[in-house]
Write a protein that binds this ligand. Sequence first.
Ligand SMILES: Nc1nc2c(c(=O)[nH]1)N[C@H]1C(S)=C(S)[C@@H](COP(=O)(O)O)O[C@H]1N2
Ligand SMILES: [Mo]
Length: 259
Amino acid sequence: MAGKRSILFSKSSGLSTEELIRKRTFWSFFIFFALAAAGFGAWTLLQRQPSLNGVPKPFTAVMRFNESIFSKTLSDKHLAKEYPVSEAVSNVRVNGDLGMNDQFDPSHWVLNVVRKQGDTLHITLDQIKKLPKTDIVFNFKCIEGWSQITHWGGVKFSTFMRAFGLNDETGLKYVGLSTPDKEYYVGIDMPSALHPQTLLCYEMNGVALPMNQGYPLRLIIPVKYGVKNIKRIGTMQFSDSRPPDYWSDKKGYDYFSGL
Ligand SMILES: Nc1nc2c(c(=O)[nH]1)N[C@H]1C(S)=C(S)[C@@H](COP(=O)(O)O)O[C@H]1N2
Ligand SMILES: [Mo]
């Protein structure tokens, strides 16, 4: 081995210093341009890939991979930080208004719950209010970059499921929620829905939810960004495949939007 190497060495050492430098300079440039061309080629190729909502597929593939990690690690374990009621703001921001149209008639509202078998339960607000109530004060965060400490009250999603005999349904992977007019809709992974801080909420700051905050019932899910906190729930259904999700479908936002 040692002998072979010294032969190779003695061959190249036949070059003068100047020749060596010239040779190395040539190779340095060659490699530089080859890499630059490869980089440019890869970029052009990426641009030509089919895209999903304007985002090239390879990027969305990476996003899906990240989602698969975060959906498993973050959703059901950690608790969102809670605050004393005194820290909750009284001027709660109103942000989204999809599915919040004026034609809504609260006197006819019921929560439609489509069971695994296909039949539908029609649940009234009074029935929901009879279940044990939980309050939570947490920092509500919108993906657009604002946050607010707010105070909500309602029934734990997990308690609701048990109370209405929806045990088989908790074995499915997702819950889909939509407004009565179907304008806004979200998909929630079941572990996050059953998370101890997730509420079907009918109170804000100790009083009935105001109309523009989603009267009569909204989702409060502190382990997710604001987008998943759907206001004015009309229908709930369950599935093993991902239910449609407004912002994830329209803009390619992270499906899980976990914090
Ligand atoms: N029905 C409905 N729910 C919705 C939205 C919406 O447009 N319509 N926007 C979402 C978004 S992006 C955020 S940040 C929060 C805002 O809740 P707020 O209006 O109570 O501040 O509601 C979420 N739930
Ligand atoms: Mo948001």
